[in-house]
Design a protein around this ligand. Structure first.
Ligand code: UN1
Length: 502
């Protein structure tokens, strides 16, 4: 893979000479040796962010939006290179690498609009000559802890919104994907330079990227100078972050595991369902939080659908994600492959029938990479392994006869991120979307569970952590709400009619 040095050069990165080894999942080659940061560096970044906050919180939001507009422009220019770097570092196929950068551009556009729409309420006062309003102020430094599977987009969901809200960002990317993070920092600095050249004051310390392992994230999480922590990753990680941040009464936004289901009813357009299953179960090699993991099919259509799926799985092009014909790239590392193999074995021991896949992929693919055949496993019911998220392309298939039961199955897992139903029957669709329907943060009709647009709030319930990022009113997490009461009369009446005459 000769392209890596060219790609790094595009972002003025050299790959350094440090103690953090970065490998490409494509062929296992060493693509970077980065200098890890220390706890002193964390302290410095927090101090710089504090100083930046003093200036940035007083900068008018639409001016803050201008910086994010420039970031969006720089991302447009860097899209091809950054997308390719995402592919090399985390293994997703070229089109998905580009899609991830597009997601960054989209959130920048959203945030620019938002910079003129940080709306608060006006509230009726019970007292004459008074009025009340709710104002949103910047909340302070945001620590963003991100995962390898969306190494750049999830940061941008947080950062673009945080910047227009007036908050500095300290980013601790996954130790598996630090190069894309450093590239983002370079793209951000290009935007910053143009912003300053146009005469705006952009403080140092608005964005720091801290490279390292768990201890770096832990130091950030424990520091009370960091009021907000937004973390994406595993449930155990999120549980620890939530507890540590809560201990110091900070605020955390968690986006943790998913165990997303699709219900296919007899009224479904099965061709459409098939296409959606393929993208959401094997796309990104099953390494999205929103990947389809559970297929709950009506018993009358299950055999036919499964037959077609098996055929489609047999023709999946697995291999080098840089090859534009590839649909399934590698898993992130060998640990992920082993976890997949283990889950397949456990499912079999719990009575599952392996319909296809589940082994190391054979054939013409780069040596040293972590390629797996996506698996389909038929289960008679949702056994323990089905309730567990394995971050790999395993699709468990169960059948149902009554839609209420299917919805119960959809909800009967600890995670609550995404869900969907395929049906052309409006009654079935609306039941699924009703308060008695899916208990997830995301519920779709005739669309798979993955590939959400940035305009909606992204996140889920239960073990998924409850946070909401990206669109809708997720911005409110990044601000503090102030209730203001203004008395423009010459009297001083007390609320609730209380008398206190001196
Ligand atoms: C993730 O996997 O952490 O909805 C994020 C999706 C993408 C984001 C996934 N837009 O699949």
């Amino acid at each position: 893979m000769t392209r890596i040095s060219d790609l790094l050069k595009k972002f003025d990165l050299t790959g350094d000479k440090g103690d953090l080894n970065v490998f490409s999942p494509i062929d296992g080659s060493l693509i970077g040796e980065l200098q890890m940061h220390t706890s002193e560096d964390v302290d410095k970044a927090i101090k710089k962010a504090d100083a930046a906050f003093d200036i940035w919180k007083k900068t008018p939001p639409p001016v803050r939006g201008e910086l994010v507009r420039l970031l969006g422009e720089e991302l447009r220019s860097a899209k091809a290179d950054l997308g390719a770097l995402v592919t090399v570092e985390c293994g997703k196929i070229a089109s998905e690498g580009l899609g991830e950068v597009q997601e960054m551009i989209d959130i920048c556009d959203f945030a620019v609009g938002l910079s003129r729409q940080l709306y608060g309420l006006t509230i009726a006062s019970e007292r004459p000559g008074h009025h009340m309003r709710e104002v949103w102020h910047p909340a302070g430094t945001v620590a963003v802890i991100s995962a390898f599977n969306f190494p750049v987009a999830v940061w941008s969901w947080n950062a673009a919104i945080a910047f227009v809200c007036g908050d500095p960002v300290i980013w601790k990317p996954s130790e598996k994907t630090p190069l894309t993070a450093l590239a983002c920092k370079v793209v951000f600095e290009r935007a910053l330079k143009r912003f300053r050249d146009a005469g705006h004051d952009a403080p140092e310390g608005l964005l720091s990227v801290l490279i390292g392992e768990k201890d770096i994230g832990q130091t950030l999480v424990n520091d009370e100078r960091v009021p907000l922590v937004s973390a994406t990753g595993s449930v155990p990680m999120g549980r620890a972050v939530a507890q540590d941040v809560a201990k110091r009464l900070g605020r955390s936004l968690l986006e943790l595991g998913g165990n997303n289901a699709m219900i296919v009813t007899p009224a479904a357009d099965l061709d459409m369902a098939m296409r959606a299953i393929l993208f959401s179960a094997v796309g990104t090699a099953g390494q999205r939080c929103t990947s389809l993991r559970r297929l709950i099919v009506h018993q009358d259509v299950a055999d036919g659908l499964l037959e077609k799926l098996k055929k489609a799985y047999g023709s999946l092009r697995i291999g080098d994600p840089l090859d534009k014909n590839t649909l399934v790239g590698p898993l992130i590392d060998d640990v992920a492959c082993k976890a997949m193999e283990k889950s397949v074995e456990t499912a079999k021991s719990e009575g599952g029938e392996l319909v296809c896949g589940g082994a190391r992929a054979k054939g013409d693919m780069p040596k040293g990479g972590h390629y797996m055949e996506p698996a389909i496993i038929r289960m008679s019911e949702q056994k323990e392994i089905v309730c567990h998220e394995t971050f790999a392309p395993i699709l468990y298939v169960m059948t149902y006869s009554d839609l209420e039961d299917a919805i119960r199955m959809n909800n009967a897992v600890p995670q609550g991120l995404s869900s969907c139903i395929f049906t052309t029957d409006i009654r079935e669709a609306e039941l699924f979307l009703s308060s008695g329907g899916s208990d997830c943060g995301i519920a779709n009709v005739n669309i798979g569970p993955s590939g959400a647009e940035i305009g909606g709030a992204f996140g889920g319930e239960k073990e998924t952590g409850g946070g909401r990022e990206s669109g809708s009113d997720s911005w409110k997490f990044y601000m503090r709400r102030q209730t203001q009461t203004i008395n423009y009369s010459r009297e001083l009446p007390l609320a609730q009619g209380v008398k206190f005459d001196v």
